[in-house]
Design a protein around this ligand. Structure first.
Ligand code: URA
Length: 203
């Protein structure tokens, strides 16, 4: 599909998502989503997200990895373990935190999401944010940053600002995978820890 042509799957997902009156209805619809044929063919599960009732914080990552695809839950692999540790360290209860991804299906081989996939899946996530209605959204990594603030936004410019996003507060930070990649003395881990501490202070 050329970048200028209209992708009917984008409108279809947006329509089905916005007509979902609650998270359970949305989850059932997302689980049957066939908007991205390559992802639908390859997935084991659709990782819709974790939505504890009354969550005041919503974390948004990139896409499910292998463990998430197998279990159907977001951030349960290595990156999720680090995220859990950091959340506990700053006093955020993960079991009371909503967690979702820009893509609900694992890209084969953990390749990055394509622009077309991100666009198609966006309707589900936007409606999830509306239905959760969190006080604060925190994006993890570049894909989630672009989803929220648009491509071309650099993390180093967007960090340290509490953004007013669709009438709610939004912070942007590194993805835990970057923190793992750059190691214990790398900038991403220190930044992620510090930004989650900021998030805890805003709740
Ligand atoms: N990385 C993500 O962005 N999301 C997950 O759920 C797991 C790893």
């Amino acid at each position: 599909m050329s970048p200028r042509s209209v992708d009917p799957a984008v409108a279809l997902v947006a329509e089905r998502a916005s007509a979902s009156v609650d998270l359970t209805t949305l989850a059932a619809r997302a689980r049957g989503c066939l908007a991205c044929p390559e992802l639908a063919d390859a997935r084991t599960t659709v990782v819709v997200g974790d939505f504890p009732p009354g969550a005041r914080l919503m974390l948004v990552g990139e896409a499910p990895g292998a463990q998430e695809d197998l279990t159907g839950r977001p951030f349960v692999g290595k990156a999720g373990q680090l995220l859990d540790d950091l959340l506990a360290e700053v006093g955020i209860d993960r079991t009371a935190t909503a967690v979702a991804n820009v893509l609900k299906c694992r890209p084969p081989g953990n390749r990055p999401p394509t622009a077309a996939e991100t666009k198609r899946c966006r309707g589900w996530l936007h409606r999830q944010v509306e239905l959760v209605d969190p006080a604060l959204v925190v994006t993890l990594g570049g894909t989630a940053l672009s989803w929220a603030l648009g491509g071309g936004t650099r993390l180093r410019d967007a960090r340290h600002t509490v953004h007013d996003w669709r009438g709610r507060r939004l912070l942007t930070t590194y993805h835990p995978s970057a923190a793992i990649r750059f190691g214990p003395n790398g900038e991403p881990l220190a930044a992620l820890r510090s930004d989650l501490r900021t998030a805890a202070g805003l709740l």
